[in-house]
Design a protein around this ligand. Sequence first.
Ligand code: ATP
Length: 248
Amino acid sequence: MNTVELEHVTRRYGRVTALDGVSLGIPAGSFVAVMGATGSGKSTLLQCAAGLDRVTSGRVRLAERDITRMSERRLTRLRRDRVGFVFQSYNLLSELTVGQNVLLPVRLGASGGRAVEDALRAVGLDGLGARKVGALSGGQRQRVALARALITAPAVIFADEPTGALDPTTGGQVLRLLRDVCDQDGVTVVMVTHDPAAAAWSDRLVLLRAGAVVSDSPTPDAATIADHLAAVSAPGGGAANARVGGAA
Ligand SMILES: Nc1ncnc2c1ncn2[C@@H]1O[C@H](COP(=O)(O)OP(=O)(O)OP(=O)(O)O)[C@@H](O)[C@H]1O
């Protein structure tokens, strides 16, 4: 069963076509990385798939619901209860404690799927619930964001450049945790990244160019990802030379 499904999705902003007829099914429990040059449509794809943005045409299913024309109210509830978000900039409230940040979705009405201590333990921050977020390192903050994403026991986590602000070691710890929630809890992970080393943690690599999927294959190693990314991003580079592992 697919947790996320895009059918012929097009998203235009005025005269810019950010997504151009994308069809993509993401099975439950998989970890997909989305890559492509700047402006290729990665964030737009993530936003449309997560119900943070509306498509111009096509259909989107999320957590077994057709969200294409779902009311804002129901969509907000679906996102709150079934979806976790992790962003490059953490999006935490630094004057609140770790525990208060993790509990925010529950304060907003979500039924907490797990206890705060449980979520903090899952990200290696047990015992730090009373600490002010402002006093934490970047890696710790991103782990708080992940604990917050996990508190509702979501079907899917959307991560937009989750390691973009972190050094490779700290970023690796966050990716290990995303990998673990996918493997151990069956959470579907959809991650946008520029970093081949980050993408290498995924099972499946989707490459975008000019709003279209030009390659969709099992994830190869980081060096191979870097090569194919360069091919896709080069002027004139396209489907033919972008194929990864021959399985586009
Ligand atoms: N809200 C918006 N209004 C107008 N144009 C937009 C908007 N959001 C995205 N775009 C345009 O759509 C295209 C795709 O943008 P998107 O942010 O999805 O690309 P991206 O691959 O995520 O880029 P980056 O790697 O720089 O984050 C770009 O041409 C961008 O300028």
